[in-house]
Design a binder for this molecule. Structure first.
Ligand code: AHR
Length: 662
């Protein structure tokens, strides 16, 4: 009996250990070595010829009574400008693989119509085409991102579209563009080679698509200074085989791989939410992290230097369409739940910005998880809009790595972390911390330690509501809007935050960023010293173990003047004198491999055999001297090396010779 008792208590003890809860969520920020920039294109959007996204949502035409500029709605354009839309994808989606761009140029009355077979079977009159879309991007001051028709188009069609928008030579395509009123090329650099080629874009096998990618990509030419950023169709959700095949067989002529993943709940409309629905949507949203990590791991095998970006160019919530709307129009309301889901996704993208360089929420207006809904002349901003508004501070800021030990949110014997977040530091040294509490019932107390910043001042904003399905309507547009937040206090090693249930909070922290002392250097001479080595390598050798053929001084990061032959390596040593304290971005472009280290730690690893590739690294540096080392090697063919710097009050430029000493 005694034995049974002790076994019993032992089992209880073990069980209690496995149920041991994190009482208070702990968040740790470390500003000591920020490395990656959160590409502003993570805050991108998607516009498709689908329902009322284009027609009625973005575009009303010049003769509309709805106030417009060149046919684009003024209210929608100015709301979108406020959230700083960085990039806009068009014309689809599934629509793209049935779209023939020449149908959408020239006099409107002569443009042929087509049936939009994917979306509601409505007649598309092609009144919104290339010129109108690029006018929209001009007004929004955003990058255009085109999706080419691979499913039902031709290579020639794509080649001519690129020529039409990007060439300034004399040619039939550029003549056509000029005849249609556009004298100068626009310069569209982002091009997707097909959309969902595994599904509505042609139902292809990855092996077959990999060949199509190379074929279409070959004829999508660079004109003038416009170097195309080609994006391959990537996987649907967890189709890891697709990623594997594309990375292995897709060639080297693409810069991004597009992942599509939606949070599905299409059995119920957006505002019909119980606790199980809430939990399900949150759990699915958090799955984005697993997808990114697993696809990235496959990409790492083939592309360890992360030259190819993961582009999440369709994501968001997908519910049952609103009653009495065309089921093919995918029109849905947008609630506090969508705000929490959007913020969670954006935190995940921020935290993986080493690989994720663009994301495009689906879709910008009136379709799926929109930031704006319109009805005739009325417009309402959704809770998701307000998340994009609060999170815009992260655009192009430097990621601060976060470690979160979150309390669990448990539902029906399942659990997920209650709290997620991300943080960044901008070029003015303002730190932004985004925190999300997905628990719909309980607030979370967060102990947040901050290494490298002495916080002096905090401001904050919050998006929350008592109701899970709180939403904005044309009649009541301000039910879910950001308000000022004061649930924080400065604590000994950081801050403490009381995060209400189902909330999104963005804090701005100002204070003194910890100074890292510069080196004391006396009698420094201008320029760098270098050693030149001969040898044949496929990656950077350890130069310390080799005997130099020659050595000398260069005033800049340039290759030594003597003819080094076909196969050689160079190491540069010296100091960089930083003009003022702040966050600096360094860029190292090389053909073949190179590496840059500052103060003894590697900042940029651009190693390997490759054509000219530029890699960036970021470092917070105090004013004064810092040790700098650059390594470079060349094997056969052409070669190139350039090192640039960008910082506070310093535009991106080749590191000036005035900065370099040894
Ligand atoms: O965003 C709606 C549709 O979802 C897109 O057209 C398609 O690419 C995806 O399946």
């Amino acid at each position: 009996m005694k034995k049974i008792n002790s076994v019993f208590f032992f089992l209880i003890f073990i069980a209690s250990l496995s149920f041991a809860q994190v009482e208070k969520t702990k968040v740790a920020l470390d500003l000591s070595d920020p490395k990656f920039i959160i590409d502003k294109n993570i805050y991108g959007h998607f516009s498709e010829h689908l329902g009322n996204c284009i027609y009625g949502g973005l575009w009303v035409g010049k003769n509309s009574k709805i106030p417009n500029t060149n046919g684009i709605r003024n209210d929608v354009a100015s709301a979108l400008k406020k959230i700083k839309v960085p990039i806009l994808r068009w014309p689809g989606g599934c629509f793209a693989d049935e779209y023939h761009w020449k149908d959408g140029i020239g006099p409107k009355e002569k443009r042929p119509t087509m049936i939009n077979t994917n979306w509601g079977g409505v007649t598309e009159d092609n009144s919104f085409g290339t010129h109108e879309f690029l006018e929209l991007c001009r007004q929004l001051e955003c990058e255009p991102y085109f999706t080419a028709n691979v499913g039902s188009g031709t290579v020639q069609e794509l080649a001519q579209w690129v020529e039409y928008v990007n060439s300034d030579n004399v040619s039939p395509m550029t003549d056509l563009r000029k005849a249609n009123g556009q004298e100068k090329s626009w310069g569209v650099t982002y091009w997707a080679i097909g959309n969902e080629s595994w599904g509505c874009g042609g139902n292809m096998r990855p092996e077959y698509y990999a060949d199509q990618l190379k074929r279409y990509g070959t004829y999508a030419r660079n004109y003038g200074s416009y170097n195309l950023y080609k994006i391959a169709c990537g996987p649907a959700g967890d189709d890891y085989n697709w990623t594997e095949v594309l990375m292995r067989e897709g060639g080297s002529d693409f810069s991004g791989l597009a992942l599509h993943y939606y949070t599905w709940k299409n059995s119920k409309i957006a505002i019909d939410i119980n606790k199980a629905d809430w939990f399900d949507v949150m759990k699915q949203s958090l799955k984005m992290e697993e997808l990114i990590e697993k696809h990235s791991a496959i990409m790492d095998k083939y592309d360890p230097n992360k030259r190819i970006a993961l582009i999440v160019d369709e994501w968001g919530t997908w519910y049952k369409v609103e009653p009495n709307t065309n089921p093919g129009f995918l029109y849905q309301q947008n609630t506090l739940r969508d705000a929490v889901a959007a913020a969670t996704n954006l935190n995940i993208f921020n935290n993986h910005c080493d690989r994720v360089k663009m994301a495009n929420i689906a879709q910008i207006v009136n379709v799926l998880q929109s930031v704006i809904l319109t009805k005739d002349e009325k417009m309402v901003l959704t809770p998701t809009y307000h998340v994009f508004d609060l999170y815009k501070v992260h655009q192009n800021a430097t990621l601060i790595p976060l470690n979160i030990e979150s309390a669990d949110y448990k539902f029906d014997e399942q659990k997920i972390p209650s709290v997620n977040g991300s943080a960044s530091i901008d070029i003015n040294n303002n730190v932004h911390l985004s925190l999300v509490n997905i628990n719909p019932d309980e607030p979370e107390t967060i102990l947040c330690s901050i290494k490298g910043l002495k916080t002096e001042n905090i401001t904050g904003q919050i998006i929350t509501n008592k109701e899970m399905n709180a939403h904005n309507t044309f009649e009541n547009p301000d039910v879910v809007v950001p308000v000022s937040f004061s649930g924080y206090k400065i604590a000994e090693e950081g801050i403490e935050v009381e995060l209400p249930a189902k909330s999104v909070v963005v804090l701005e922290l100002r204070g003194e960023v910890e100074k890292k002392p510069a080196l004391e250097v006396k009698d420094a001479r201008t320029g760098l010293s270098y050693n030149l080595y001969k040898g044949i390598w496929n990656q950077l050798p350890n130069f310390d173990l080799l005997n130099a053929e020659n050595s000398g001084e260069v005033e800049n990061v340039i290759l030594p003047k003597e003819n080094p032959g076909e196969n050689f390596g160079v190491s540069y040593n010296g100091y960089i004198k930083i003009p003022e304290e702040g966050l600096y971005r360094f860029y190292l472009a090389s053909d073949d491999g190179s590496l840059l280290s500052i103060d003894g730690s590697t900042l940029i690893n651009n190693d390997g055999l490759h054509a000219v590739e530029e890699v960036m690294g970021t470092k917070y540096l105090s004013e004064g001297f810092h040790e700098v080392k650059i390594f470079f090697f060349q094997k056969g063919g052409g070669f190139n090396l350039n090192a640039s710097i960008e910082g506070p009050d310093l535009k991106k430029q080749t590191i000036p010779k005035e900065f370099l000493f040894h």
